[in-house]
Each structure stands twice: as structure tokens, then as C-alpha cells.
Design a protein around this ligand. Structure first.
Ligand code: NDP
Ligand code: 2IT
Length: 446
């Protein structure tokens, strides 16, 4: 009966959102996990909570025209999907990447609802972005694009309405340009964006938060296996914000990160990646990861990013993009005796890959729990902005640590309560769904 009901809901989602395969994938996973909840609580089905959750409250698409350095007019497409405000203002990042289309923003916004619910902070779910590619653009081009993007977005957001932040292709520089334009257009200085600079309302630890939080979460997974980071070989995909600070914290805890990547290829340094070099190449020079081997000739560079999962490791932290770990990659990790996978990116493992991990007793930390430290620290930034004060690095880091522990406890607790002990995918989906659903039920049919 319940399964028929879920098939019906899923069928509607596919029919109403044609071609949005990443969105279908994200919804299917949650729907499968919460079947047990709906079985036990028929009022959720009666009130059509799941049918409402899968329909964004509001979707905004807009033209983003700008002029490049050679005087040519360029046109990109902007998105903001305000998915769910049951527990707080819409909250979630902006992604600037040529692959962005509505289906990507909707999968990210949908996952964000449950992730944000798990953080213990009062934030709803949303996501936005553009098919703009910041790579190869001058600072002035990026600024003009961000100003044009915000010239439309500003009328839809606000510190108590919708608070965007960074994601792929959006870091401190882009947040600065967008904040400046928002301030000018609205004549207000508010916490409307997070990931701001420390001098103008940003929070300490926000830059590090997703990567640090990921490592705190995986620490608990390792503890449950009776082990820790010391002496472990780690492979981290990507070399952006999440990957860099996950690597930093893993090193601090005694592990050795031996491989990192970008969208062109990956490097392997069995002596341990020199993170300062990666930071300089990627954060300061905005260069390519292959440049690392120019400085460390004993390291190797391999063209193509997929092969990184064939590098033998104890712990894998996929931190680049969606569906980067497929079934073959998961099997290669299992064959090489990987014991734990923590998702730094959003939905980096395909459903088939997750099945391989779960069937082979690889501890698996799903994105919406394991990478929630970034958005949780954004919520801490909002809190500091509201109070008009700033906490110290240690204070924010301690709060982040407590939050990651609370997320882990919620996932394991919900999994156990619903008969799927140890399944953190189901646990995260169930715990997030329960919080949002109960709030929606209390607030009536809106
Ligand atoms: P960045 O833009 O800082 O870095 C992205 C990294 O991933 C780069 O190394 C990039 O390589 C690589 N990458 C991006 N797209 C692709 C692709 N299609 N194929 C292969 N490699 C790719 O982004 P973040 O580090 O912020 O984000 C990484 C992941 O973490 C994303 O999934 C994001 O949604 C998720 N996330 C981010 C949070 C945050 O706070 N920033 C919070 C929670 C999750 P290249 O330089 O070649 O493009
Ligand atoms: O996917 C994510 O959680 C983020 N990109 C961070 C969102 C945020 O609002 O800090």
C-alpha cells in the first residue's frame, strides 16, 4: 500500500519535472527512506506532506545580461528555488557552473531542506545559481556578472526571507560583489548573504566549516568502527573550498591525504599532499591542480578526474560534484579495502555506488548529514549578524563540533528507531523529514 503510494508520488514528480534527472534521483532516495515513517504515520499521507515537500514553494528564473571585457553582450540564466520555509527562512548556496540548469538547482534545494533541518538551527531550504562559468573570466567580468545577477535576485531575498551563500564557483569574491550590489539597491546593511568577509559581517570558521564538519562527522563513523584518523590514507576529490579544509583537518588529526583533483585530472603524492601549495594554486592563483607536480616531481598527475577512486585508500571524501562516484568507482574502493566514505559534495555517490558501500560494510556518511557543517555555520553567521557581534574562532568551531555530533546522533537515532540501524542514509532522511513534516502539519495547508 505504502509502496504504491510512493510509486504514485514518484510518478508525479517525474511527470511534472521532465528531464530533471538529478532532482528525480534526490527525491527517490528520500521517498524510499521515509516509506517506514509514512507507514507508521498515515496522517502524513492524508495531509499530502510528501506531495507538498517535493513541490518548491517558489521558483524564480531570470535573465542575467552583462558586458564582457571585449565589449560583447553576454546572456546567462539565473535561478533561485525557494523550496521550503517550514522551519525558517530559505537558506542555501548559489552555484555558478556551466552545467547548472533547473534540475540541478532543484536537486540541491530539495536536499537542502533536510540537511538544514538536521543542523538543529532554524533554516528552511533553498538553492540558486547560474550557468555562468567564472573560469577564465577577469575580476571585472565576475563583478559585472554578480551585479547583474543581484539586480534581479535582490527583490526576492532578505535576511528574514531567503539568505543565499556560496557553492561551486561562488566564494568570498563573488559573495562580496553580490553583497555590495544588494546593499546599494536596498540601502540596507543586513545579513542577507553568508560567507561574507570577516571585516563586514562574516563569521570566523565559515570558510573552513564544510570541510571541518565533514571530518568531525567521519570521526564519529570511525569511532563506531573502533578506529580514528591516525595513520589513515585519505583520498579527497576536488580541490575547492570543501576539499581543502577537509584535507587540513584530516592532516591535523593525523591522517595523510594522498590524492586530490579538479575537473581536469588528479594528483597523487604518497608522501602526503602539501596543502599550502594546493591552496596557493587554487585559492590565490586560480590555477590547475596539475601545476602541483611542477613543484613536487615525485608526485604524479593523471589526466581525467574519474580515476581518483582507483587510488588505494582507507577513507574517501568525495568533495567535488554530484554523481562523481559511480558503481565501478565504489567497487574499486571496496576492492582496495576502503573502510569509510564521507560525502563532502552534494549527492556525489550514485544510488548504485551507495548500495555497493552498504553491502560491503563500508561506513557511509551521506551528504545531507556529513556536509551540513557549512550551512550550519552560515546559520551561526546569521545569528551573530542578528546580535551584531562576532564570536571567536574557538567558539564557532566548538559550536560546529557540537552540531556535527548532534547530526550524527540524530541520524543513528532515527535509523535505529525505524528499524534500519546503522543506515545513515535512511537515518538522515527520516530525521530531516520528521522535523519538516511535523512543522508543515502544525502550520496547516500552506
Ligand atoms: P569549489 O568551487 O570551491 O570547488 C569545486 C571543486 O570541484 C573544484 O576542484 C572543481 O574543479 C571540482 N569540480 C566542480 N565541478 C566539477 C565537475 N563537474 N566535474 C569534476 N570536478 C568538478 O566548490 P565547493 O568546494 O564549495 O563545493 C564542492 C562540493 O561541495 C559541491 O558539491 C557543493 O555543492 C558541496 N558543498 C559545498 C559547501 C560549501 O560550503 N561550499 C557546503 C556543502 C556542500 P575545477 O576547479 O576544475 O572546476
Ligand atoms: O550545499 C550547501 O550546504 C552549501 N553550499 C552551503 C549553503 C549555505 O547557505 O551556507
Amino acid at each position: 500500500m505504502a509502496s504504491q503510494y510512493l510509486d504514485m508520488v514518484m510518478g508525479q514528480v517525474v511527470a511534472r519535472n521532465p528531464g530533471e534527472t538529478e532532482f528525480h534521483q534526490a527525491v527517490r532516495e528520500v521517498a524510499e527512506s521515509v516509506q517506514v515513517v509514512i507507514d507508521k504515520n498515515p496522517e502524513f499521507a492524508n495531509m499530502k506532506v510528501l506531495e507538498r515537500i517535493v513541490e518548491p514553494e517558489r521558483q524564480i528564473m531570470f535573465r542575467v545580461p552583462w558586458v564582457d571585457d571585449s565589449g560583447q553582450v553576454q546572456i546567462n540564466r539565473g535561478f533561485r528555488v525557494e523550496f521550503n520555509s517550514a522551519i525558517g527562512p530559505y537558506k542555501g548556496g548559489l552555484r555558478f557552473h556551466p552545467s547548472v540548469y533547473l534540475g540541478i538547482i532543484k536537486f540541491l534545494g530539495f536536499e537542502q531542506i533536510f540537511k538544514n533541518a538536521l543542523t538543529t538551527t532554524p533554516i528552511g531550504g533553498g538553492k540558486g545559481g547560474s550557468d555562468f562559468d567564472p573560469k577564465g573570466k577577469s575580476n571585472n567580468e565576475v563583478m559585472r556578472f554578480c551585479q547583474s545577477f543581484m539586480s534581479e535576485l535582490f527583490r526576492h531575498i532578505g535576511p528574514d526571507t531567503d539568505v543565499p551563500a556560496g557553492d561551486i564557483g561562488v566564494g568570498g569574491r563573488e559573495i562580496g560583489f553580490m553583497f555590495g550590489q544588494y546593499k546599494k539597491l536596498t540601502n540596507t546593511f543586513t545579513g542577507v548573504l553568508t560567507g561574507k568577509g570577516l571585516e563586514w559581517g562574516g563569521s570566523l570558521v565559515r570558510t573552513e566549516a564544510t570541510g571541518y564538519g565533514l571530518v568531525y562527522f567521519v570521526t564519529r563513523m570511525l569511532q563506531d568502527k573502533g578506529t580514528d584518523w591516525k595513520g589513515k590514507k585519505v583520498v579527497v576529490s576536488g580541490s575547492g573550498n570543501v576539499a581543502i579544509y577537509a584535507t587540513q583537518k584530516a592532516h591535523e588529526l593525523g591522517a595523510k591525504v594522498i590524492a586530490m583533483s579538479d575537473s581536469n585530472g588528479y594528483i597523487v603524492d604518497e608522501a602526503g599532499i602539501k596543502l599550502d601549495t594546493v591552496k596557493r594554486i587554487k585559492e590565490v592563483e586560480r590555477g590547475r591542480i596539475r601545476e602541483y607536480v611542477d613543484e613536487y616531481p615525485s608526485a604524479t598527475y593523471v589526466e581525467g578526474w574519474q580515476g581518483i577512486w582507483t587510488v588505494p585508500c582507507d577513507i574517501a571524501l568525495p568533495s567535488a560534484t554530484q554523481n562523481e562516484v559511480d558503481e565501478a568507482a565504489a567497487k574499486a574502493l571496496v576492492k582496495n579495502k576502503c573502510i569509510a566514505v564521507g560525502e563532502g559534495a552534494n549527492m556525489p555517490s550514485t544510488p548504485e555506488a551507495i548500495e555497493v558501500f552498504q553491502q560491503n560494510n563500508v561506513a557511509f556518511g551521506p551528504a545531507k548529514a556529513a556536509n551540513a557543517g557549512g550551512v550550519a555555520t552560515s546559520a551561526l553567521e546569521m545569528c551573530q549578524n542578528s546580535m551584531r557581534l562576532s564570536w571567536t574562532f574557538d567558539e564557532v568551531d566548538q559550536r560546529l563540533h557540537l552540531i556535527m555530533n548532534a547530526i550524527y546522533d540524530q541520524c543513528t537515532g532515527a535509523a535505529e528507531a525505524y528499524g534500519v540501524k546503522g543506515d545513515l542514509v535512511a537515518g538522515a532522511n527520516i530525521a530531516g523529514f520528521l522535523k519538516v513534516s511535523k512543522s508543515m502539519m502544525a502550520q496547516g495547508v500552506v
